[in-house]
Ligand binder design. Sequence first.
Ligand code: NOJ
Length: 514
Amino acid sequence: MTRPWWRNAVIYEIYVRSFADSDGDGVGDLSGIRSRLPYLRALGVDGTWLTPFYPSPGADHGYDVSDYVDVDPRLGTLEDFDVLVADAHALGLRVVIDIVPNHTSSEHAWFRNALSDPQHADRARYVFRPGRDGGPPNNWTSAFGGPAWTLDQASGKYYLHFFAPEQPDLDWHNETVQADFERILRFWLDRGVDGFRIDVAQALFKARDLHDMQVPEPRPPFGDWLTALQQPELHPLYRRWRQIADGYPGGRVYVAEIVLEDQVALAQYVRPDELQLAFNFTFLHEQWNAEALRGRIRETLDAFGGVGAPASWVLENHDVTRLPTRYGGGEEGRRRAKAAALLLLALPGAVFLYAGQELGLEEVELPDECREDPIFFRTNGEQAGRDGCRVPIPWSGGPPAFGFTTGTPWLPMPHAWVELTVAAQEHHSSSSLAFHRTAFALRRESEALREGMFSWRESPPGTLLFERSDGGATVLCAVNVDGDPLELPAGDVLLASEEVGSLLPPGAAAWTRI
Ligand code: NOJ
């Protein structure tokens, strides 16, 4: 029996606004993505995950959906979507789309109805509660800063929003909400999508008592402390969703965005009859430190292996600072990021890449007046927010638009990117792009790298050494994180993150076939 495609897929995240603009308005769109599908094909990834492209007022750039079964007119039409999926499939690329079930836009007809008439049936789709002691119903704060409740002046009740006030949370205990989302899933499955990335998948149900929660200081990047989320009702819900997906041919997949540090808790969502994949975000918040990385790999493989599900690996996405910058920036950050890519692609399971990661893009320092992320505004500028990793992709040429648009890019693109455009990197064998292409190709061709058994080998402090073996071939992955120069094991070097002799310097990695 062939193993499902998603078990070891490489999936490339496209932040739709920032990938490619076809109509000159400075914002990426579906036809722009379609025109760049050959690039993805040549890159060698298995498919793409598209961030939300639904009609949206844009308070959180698409994560505030005002209609779940249409395309934002600024980004295209349903017909454009259909052609994009058909073209992607013709090229052998899968298309996974984002679904945002935790909250709608405040402009969604359901919420408008809820506000306009407290007796309206749609009011019950949301979480409206009376205040407590002259303030909000409980002590919950929004992930974007400020309280998680906003007063509806007309009724004197508060509504819940874990994110911006323009993103009211749905009440998943309401069966109409559940039924609607089943229809929404089917709508897109019928259109041929290969799966869904589920936004804030651990948050849909809130504990019925809406109990106070103690926020650790500073607020951690993981949500393990959010005891009123992660409710048991999620499991039967996701079992039903799984049944829906399994009713379609071709292996439709769910990828849960569940921001938990505890991998054992996370793995509960990918038991055999629930969701197939859940992002493992532990690398996103980990230093370039061998023991820390080893610990993360161990706990992830143990937890996911324990339920028979594939692990998943993520170094970047549209919510975090770009990797070379996290790893120290400049030459050092770029070297480490390339080494980390070899680590990522040699681990068992699915890999998620963020557009631009293959180009080695760094975080962009933006002037405050250009910022658009609600996090910047809701923290009064205390937190810069996520715009710096969302700057559009540089395709060719130079400023201001680097081939991204014929207009003005929605965020300014740095002059230094002249050397990092796809066109500039394409024909340089030593470029980050060429390196990633080779790595993806090797992974595709190597049964050992994709399916092989994983086992650690002993290695000196500051280094990681493990092998993937499928019985016939064995590939070794050696990463010198921050150790002394590491003697490379004997064998053919398939790929190294930089030119190496027999010694691997710190900040470098290599795959060898033995
Ligand atoms: C997670 C998404 O990745 C992020 O971009 C968004 O702001 C929140 N969920 C809210 O939808």
